[in-house]
Design a protein around this ligand. Structure first.
Ligand code: GLU
Length: 177
């Protein structure tokens, strides 16, 4: 079985209901509890790095993510990062340049609805992200709504649809059927 590190950074996927509305507060372990299929695919360790709405992700957080992966690189076969959708494409691009020529998959995913919502896209996206981290190519990719998109080519093109990300001027790396 492959060893995958899941890194939590916040976003809608990890949001709970608070007095001020939705806010990121769930950690990767809690997300995985709702996604039992992942345990059949691989062995997972969890690291809660940030609990942020991704509009508050800054270059220092990109550097922190790259450092967290570099420090643990030899222990894992792949990495899954849960992230808010608003700036996921920027983080994916930054990591693509910070960690170049990487033979192991580094997969970002998130969701339009929190993991506990009826009809949430969180469970599908998370499961697909782990599938790709176990069996996919190296480098940074976004896995979202059944598509795998190269980290340097992804853009959030829809704010409400589950089909939130597009690959710009480049084919998708893979699709889930
Ligand atoms: N603005 C939030 C974020 O990017 C919500 C969007 C989302 O995660 O889907 O973290």
């Amino acid at each position: 079985m492959k060893n995958i590190l899941m890194i939590g950074t916040g976003g809608t996927i990890a949001s709970g209901q608070t007095a001020e509305g939705l806010a990121p507060e769930l950690d990767p372990l809690q997300l995985l509890r709702d996604t039992p299929r992942v345990a059949q695919l691989c062995r997972v360790d969890c690291l809660q790095l940030y609990s942020l709405d991704s509009t508050n992700i800054r270059p220092c957080h990109w550097l922190g993510l790259a450092r967290a992966i570099r420090e643990r690189y030899d222990q894992y076969d792949g990495f899954v990062i849960s992230h808010g959708t608003d700036t996921m494409a920027y983080t994916a691009a930054a990591l693509s340049y910070l960690i170049q020529d990487c033979p192991k998959p580094i997969v970002l995913t998130g969701a339009q609805k929190p993991i506990w919502y009826d009809g949430t896209d969180s469970k599908r996206n998370l499961t697909d992200a782990f599938l790709y981290a176990c069996r996919g190519c190296g480098g940074v990719q976004i896995v979202f709504n059944g598509k795998v998109i190269l980290g340097t080519r992804a853009r959030k093109t829809r704010t409400k649809s589950f089909n939130a990300f597009s690959s710009i001027d480049y084919p998708e790396t893979a699709v889930f059927r």
